[in-house]
Write a protein that binds this ligand. Structure first.
Ligand code: ADP
Length: 328
């Protein structure tokens, strides 16, 4: 059976981008068709300035939201990265096959490091090595496919490179994974700045819709989305990124295609109103289930404990074999 691995980083509240770009496909497709693992990657949250209590709280919230969105522990494995030592163990081995030049070329590193410097902070070494830990997350499970948003495609590519290099040098140890991207909304953009992605780590701003935003907050954010001075609703990502983003969000919510939908609307106002309602309806069941799960913290804890146990059992033999192969 195909092995699938993917994760979310508890650096902020989960967003509509996380949901449309990744989680929705995990729920609707991946958990049914594959032997799938979904992980709250809390070690990755330590790569930038963090508050320990907040990371712990956000990890729990992310896990609860994964279940609220519809991941079913009977069908897939849901767990927290730091509960399984194999991720850190394997990451070190992979640091011994990766190069620093390779790391410095990663687009997300360049962007995030620049942001940290602008804030006057220092850049943690772990921000540079982050993609290696991500490769370890993936390779530790013999993963075939990694369903992610477009922003993570380069990191999955690096995981492939490291797997191939390790296998060539030390003998076959890893399955070579590949990224699978959603057909629409692989990159949901910030509503206030449609040239950059809607990221949860951004400062809480009106351009980011969070999965737990109240309906009225969602409506307000969508209605205030930046478009442009044109009037006609056309689907053109380059020339009209704001409108294109709304069309993609609406298409992802309703199942249509952005180009077809552009013909339906005569004004930006109508497009925004329908998009807002579609997002509210999309989030409603997730928010309801989230509330129920919050009332039963023991259940979530049990799911994560079982998940970690299952994950550990899958990863340990693969990581042990890699240790032997590399000469330890
Ligand atoms: P972030 O911190 O940027 O929210 P994560 O690394 O936690 O991202 O991402 C979890 C998943 O959500 C990844 O598969 C990522 O590709 C996807 N994702 C994140 N932001 C977006 C977005 N704006 N559009 C589409 N997919 C996204």
């Amino acid at each position: 059976m195909t092995r699938v691995f993917s994760g979310v980083k508890p650096t902020g509240h989960l967003t509509l981008g996380n949901y449309l770009g990744a989680m929705r496909q995990w729920v609707a497709v991946d958990q049914h068709r594959a032997d799938a693992l979904f992980c709250v990657v809390d070690l990755h949250a330590l790569t930038v300035e963090h508050d320990p209590a907040r990371v712990r709280r956000l990890s729990r919230q992310a896990a609860t939201l994964l279940l609220a969105a519809g991941l079913d522990p009977e069908l897939c494995t849901v767990f927290v990265q730091s509960h399984v030592d194999e991720h850190a163990r394997l990451s070190y081995l992979l640091e011994c096959v990766a190069t620093d030049g390779e790391m410095r070329r990663m687009i997300q590193y360049k962007e995030k490091a620049a942001r940290e410097r602008v804030r006057g902070g220092s850049v943690r070494l772990s921000l540079l090595t982050y993609p290696v830990l991500m490769a370890a997350d993936i390779l530790a499970y013999g993963t075939d496919e990694v369903p992610v948003g477009d922003d993570q495609a380069q990191h999955v590519e690096l995981s492939r490179d490291l797997a191939v290099r390790f296998n060539q040098r030390y003998g076959h140890a890893f399955v070579v994974p590949r990224a699978t991207l959603p057909r629409v909304a692989a990159r949901v953009m910030n509503l206030q700045d449609p040239t950059s992605k809607m990221g949860k780590s951004d400062d809480v701003g009106p351009g980011v819709v969070y999965l737990l935003d109240e309906p009225d907050v969602v409506r307000k954010k969508v209605m205030r989305a930046v478009t442009d001075s044109g009037r006609e609703v056309v689907y053109d990502r380059e020339a009209r990124p704001g409108v294109a983003n709304l069309l993609e969000i609406l298409a992802a919510c309703t199942g249509g295609s952005p180009a077809d939908l552009s013909g339906v609307y005569e004004s930006y106002g109508a497009l925004k109103a329908d998009t807002a309602e579609a997002v509210v309806e999309l989030l409603r069941p997730v928010q309801e289930r989230h509330k129920e799960l919050c009332a039963d913290p023991g259940y979530v804890e049990g799911v994560l404990r079982d998940g970690a146990e299952r994950a550990r059992a899958m990863a340990r033999p693969i990581v042990d074999a890699a240790y032997r192969a590399i000469g330890l």
